[in-house]
Design a protein around this ligand. Sequence first.
Ligand code: SF4
Length: 440
Amino acid sequence: MASLFRPDGSANPAYLKLDLYCKGLRIDVSCDLGEDARDIIRNRAGLGSGLEVVIGQDMYTNVPVVEWWCQASPYVLVKQGARYEIWQDGDRGVGIASGGLQTLKKDPQFATRRGPFGANLDRSKARFVDAVKIPPEPAWYKQKTSSGKLMQRIGCLQGTYLGIYWGPRCQNWGPRGENEFCKFCTEGQNLGREEEAEKSIQDVIETVKAARAESGITFVHFNTGFIDSNDYWGLFKDVVAAVKKESGLLVGVQAPPDANFSNYVKFKKLGVNNISFCFEVMDEALFKEIGPGKARRAGLKRYLDAIDFCANEVGFDTVNGEIIAGLEPVESSKRAIDWICEHGAIPTVCVFRPVFGAAYARHDPPAVEEMLPVFAHFYERVMQHGLPIGIAPNVKVSLIMLPEECRELTENPNAYKLTRTKLWVMKKAFGAWFNATVKS
Ligand code: SF4
């Protein structure tokens, strides 16, 4: 099984990214994140609640820092001169997130504290893990659109792409579905507080153009929650058409299954490149338990049918089925990955993050030891099916482990040479086409 350090003593960035999702990070007194980092923006279902960090060359990650369980993390962010580093605190012990979390939970205040959690690291008792980069906040975050809205409340960078919530608050949060929201989700609390509830197409276009000009984004990803009509074509067609026309950028849409699958053909004609569906778990009983609104309004089968239809009948560049590892047994997550790959789609595998405000806020985060087999399986299956991963130029995602990032979690990272060569050629060709056709 993969471990944090390679035989030569250097850090395995894939393991570090995964373990940081599971354990979070504490912040040493030497850090100056107010000056150096992007704002923490708790948007979407709440997954973006962390600090954006770049591990290694370009492994973007959104590291949990505010959730109660981060105070048990052995990982500490330290600033040395201008350089940021991650260290492992010997006092906390390497495996504290599993056994140690239980010990710390005996403190009655433990699960009510909110970070970021400070540290004053004694480096003589700690181990250096890796140097990291803290991506600076882009100037456009604090720019306003012509209607006077802060651009970071229209959309924000999740790695290197622009994520935008579009549409009303997910109707699983009310007014008639108050008890039907998904138990890991905080979207109903974030919209209006962390991001604008009302956005115009003009707000979106201005934000996309600013993010393209300054941050070089190549991909705009829209997401939304449930609307009673399930008419997501009606919801998205005008804003997607405007973004395609005004920017030519790659566009993805993530929404519940549309009431009418033939609308996906229209999405494709409009130029949508990627479509994704979050069904979270493959276990039918857990699906109903975790997402009662999802179960009542769509049901697991409808999600799977939508993935199958989009991947096999429509011909988008890519189709994703999204799951959350840590919400169901490992074997069930593996079954979900198998199903998605066998149907020609690409799994998006998140790590369950118990975030403040969610019904599952007090749940323990998953142990990295349980996540490793899931993510190794993920990489193996994607490669075995020859799925088109890592092709889009400059799309680094901080909220999830990208499949290509999981290579070093497997027993034999050197396997699949031919497939990796084929993907490299596709990436170069697509990148050249993109640069020749999309205005910078
Ligand atoms: S469908 Fe579930 S996860 Fe998605 S926004 Fe609604 S409550 Fe949240």
